[in-house]
Design a binder for this molecule. Structure first.
Ligand SMILES: Nc1ncnc2c1ncn2[C@@H]1O[C@H](COP(=O)(O)OP(=O)(O)OC[C@H]2O[C@@H]([n+]3cccc(C(=O)O)c3)[C@H](O)[C@@H]2O)[C@@H](O)[C@H]1O
Ligand SMILES: Nc1ncnc2c1ncn2[C@@H]1O[C@H](COP(=O)(O)OP(=O)(O)OP(=O)(O)O)[C@@H](O)[C@H]1O
Ligand SMILES: [Mg+2]
Length: 238
């Protein structure tokens, strides 16, 4: 799929945002396996809330995979938003600005180098809508979208991914101390079990955890479908 997408688009490689987390590590490793490390650019985009150890882990990963790696702090870009009329700062608003700023920078490098942006969304966060719309979910291809979070960890064992990346708790890293499982209120094994069961039972929930998960899936439908428009069915040839 990765090779086909590059070939059919006529592009010359891939750009992956490297956070020091497991999803981007596995996505980058798959890119390397598909097209070779020389065609993969890893870009780390830290802010003041990024733990320095995450950037060390991203650098270790890039070295282990043999890919080119840029570390480009984005605080100066984020600072420009403070000049917006009515600017207000909350962790939530800033977090979404960070994710969308990272998307812009990744697309800048993709444009510059005739590359595609490789997404890092997994099935669990995709179904929950646990992502910033047009931020970290924006990409040209999504090589791990079919994998639940637990399956991402299983696949990680196939690659030389630094142990620190595998053992750290998943975090969107959008504010100090953010933890996916704390924000979501459930552990990934609980969420994945509920999603697998819901998919097996035609999205009919049984029990309070599945009800809770189903509500998140339903409320985030807008992140998975084309936005409402009056052109449906007339978009052009496949
Ligand atoms: N029904 C609807 N139909 C069409 N559009 C709808 C809509 N409801 C909201 N919207 C639009 O969507 C916007 C809200 O969505 P969005 O801006 O994404 O924001 P939202 O989903 O509220 O927040 C993003 C969440 O994703 C988490 N996150 C973000 C980035 C990375 C990761 C990670 O795991 O790494 C996690 C973050 O911690 C936070 O919990 C609204 O402002 C509105 O523009
Ligand atoms: N500091 C960062 N530098 C570059 N890209 C980032 C950074 N933070 C987040 N991203 C991008 O946003 C994506 C979504 O973040 P997310 O936290 O879901 O994945 P992850 O960090 O790879 O894995 P984990 O869920 O285990 O933390 C990342 O995979 C990465 O592509
Ligand atoms: Mg992360």
């Amino acid at each position: 799929m990765i090779r086909h997408t590059i070939w059919s688009s006529g592009s010359e490689g891939l750009v992956v945002g490297l956070s020091g987390g497991i999803d981007s590590a596995v996505a980058a490793a798959l890119c390397c396996r598909a097209v070779g490390p020389e065609q993969v650019l890893g870009v780390s985009l830290p802010t003041s809330v990024t733990p320095p150890s995450d950037m060390e882990d991203a650098a270790d990963l890039a070295a282990a995979l043999g890919i080119q790696h840029l570390i480009q702090p984005i605080d100066p870009i984020l600072a420009a938003y403070t000049g917006l009329e009515g600017y207000r700062e909350t962790p939530y608003l800033n977090g979404n600005l960070m994710a969308r700023t990272r998307m812009t920078v990744l697309y800048y490098y993709a444009n510059r180098d005739h590359r595609l942006v490789c997404g890092t969304s997994n099935r669990t966060e995709y179904l929950l809508g646990y992502c910033t719309k047009f931020g970290d979910n924006a990409a040209d291809l999504q090589p791990i979208l079919h994998l639940y979070k637990e399956d991402v960890y299983t696949l990680a064992a196939d690659f030389p991914i630094p142990p620190a990346i595998i053992s750290k708790p998943p975090s969107a890293g959008l504010w100090h101390g953010q933890s996916d499982e704390q924000e979501l209120g459930l552990t990934y094994p609980e969420i994945d079990a509920a999603l697998r069961s819901l998919q097996a039972h035609q999205w009919v929930a049984s029990g309070p955890v599945e009800e809770q998960i189903l509500a998140k899936v339903k409320n985030s439908t807008h992140k998975r479908v084309a936005c409402p428009n009056l052109l449906a069915g007339h978009e052009g040839p496949e």
